[in-house]
Design a protein around this ligand. Structure first.
Ligand SMILES: Nc1ncnc2c1ncn2[C@@H]1O[C@H](COP(=O)(O)OP(=O)(O)OP(=O)(O)O)[C@@H](O)[C@H]1O
Ligand SMILES: [Mg+2]
Length: 336
């Protein structure tokens, strides 16, 4: 059993004026896939590295499996980390790359072979075991890097943007494979990304970090439906939620809930007279960007009759279903 707990953890780099990670409280359940997401520089890698024992914490307690590991060396923590730049050893075969850490720990060769073979099977790499990394595709190399972590059978997997070297299509495929593999293994995993789509599709729960401060931890659906503040509302979902002032509050309406008014639009909907700026046609749907009273808004539009830039349209939304945030501090004012 390896739940992970951050208890009031602050991390400050030497000489830095303020903490990079500020009083982080986070409980990750045994076997959970927790995604840490947030903009560049918000402290995701720092948090993960602190869990790995690669950064010192200023205050607070980190525990793995109920054991306080705050003062432990990385090697004592029984974790395996996959980095963004997972350099493989070019002169070694796939099998040698995967077994290298085990060889260093002086495991008998027969055991190393068995573990490598098992990991290769899980990752679909059996036929590549004798190849060198240069003779593999990007996705296959990525899987070898995963395999290196896998063979160690750690308590916790830590992954820091492991897919960012892959092209868009391979990324989508590999993220599904990584998520499925994690579920099969049931190993507690903390996965860092700045890509909110990756976060939403992979995580059991998603933790949103901003400027070193945890904003919200919740299952993807809840994060989407009930963002606790304007920041989370704007960060999760693409294109971003429309946020604009109305009736003294900040109203939030997702592009998919923003309509272009027509004959069948209910009379209870609020209408906003806007002028179309840009239309993005994606094939199955279009995004219509329009300006209303100085605010750029976006509506998803499924119809084939797409308005053109310069057209006047009436955007419409259901005020009952809209999110509402405080104009003072951005906190959520109501649940839907
Ligand atoms: N060794 C260091 N010394 C001082 N400051 C650092 C150090 N490493 C990182 N930082 C700073 O800490 C902050 C958080 O960095 P971190 O690498 O954790 O961000 P991140 O969320 O992983 O961003 P990205 O998505 O760009 O990888 C940044 O402002 C960064 O400049
Ligand atoms: Mg990072």
């Amino acid at each position: 059993m390896a739940p992970v707990t951050f208890d009031n953890v602050s991390i400050r780099y030497p000489g830095a004026e303020r903490a990079t990670v500020h009083e982080l409280d986070l409980e990750i359940a045994d076997g959970e896939f927790l995604v840490l997401v947030g903009p560049s520089g918000c402290g995701k890698s720092t948090t993960l590295r602190a869990l790995a024992g690669l950064e010192e914490v200023e205050s607070g307690v980190i525990s793995i499996g109920g054991v306080d590991v705050t003062g432990q060396e990385p090697a004592e923590r029984d974790i395996a980390m996959v980095f963004q730049n997972y350099a493989l050893y070019p002169h070694m075969t796939v099998a040698q790359n995967m077994g290298f850490a085990l060889k260093l720990s002086k495991l008998p060769k027969s055991e190393i072979d068995a573990k490598v073979r098992q990991a290769a099977e899980l990752l679909g790499l059996e036929e590549f075991l004798d190849r060198k990394p240069k003779d593999l595709s990007g996705g296959q190399r990525q899987r070898v890097a995963m395999g290196r972590a896998l063979v160690r059978n750690p308590k916790v997997f830590l992954m820091d943007e492991p897919l960012s070297n892959l092209d868009a299509k391979l990324r989508v495929q590999t993220r599904a494979e990584v998520a499925a593999l994690q579920r099969r293994l049931g190993t507690t995993t903390v996965y860092v990304t700045h890509d909110q789509v990756e976060a939403m599709t992979m995580g059991d729960r998603v933790a949103v970090l901003r400027d070193g401060i945890l904003q919200q931890v919740a299952p993807p659906r809840e994060l989407y439906a009930h963002p606790v503040n304007e920041f989370v509302a704007g960060f999760i979902g693409s294109p971003s939620m429309n946020l604009f002032p109305a009736d003294g509050v900040t109203v939030g309406v997702r592009p998919e809930s923003m309509l272009i008014a027509g004959a069948d639009t209910p009379s209870t909907y609020r209408r906003l007279a806007a002028v179309v700026d840009i239309v993005e046609e994606l094939g199955s749907e279009s995004y219509v960007y329009a300006t209303w009273e100085g605010h750029r808004l976006v509506a998803r539009w499924d119809s084939s009759a797409v308005p053109a830039p310069g057209d006047s349209v009436e955007l419409a939304y259901d005020p009952e279903g809209a999110h509402r945030f405080s104009p003072e501090n951005g906190e959520r004012l109501s649940s839907r």
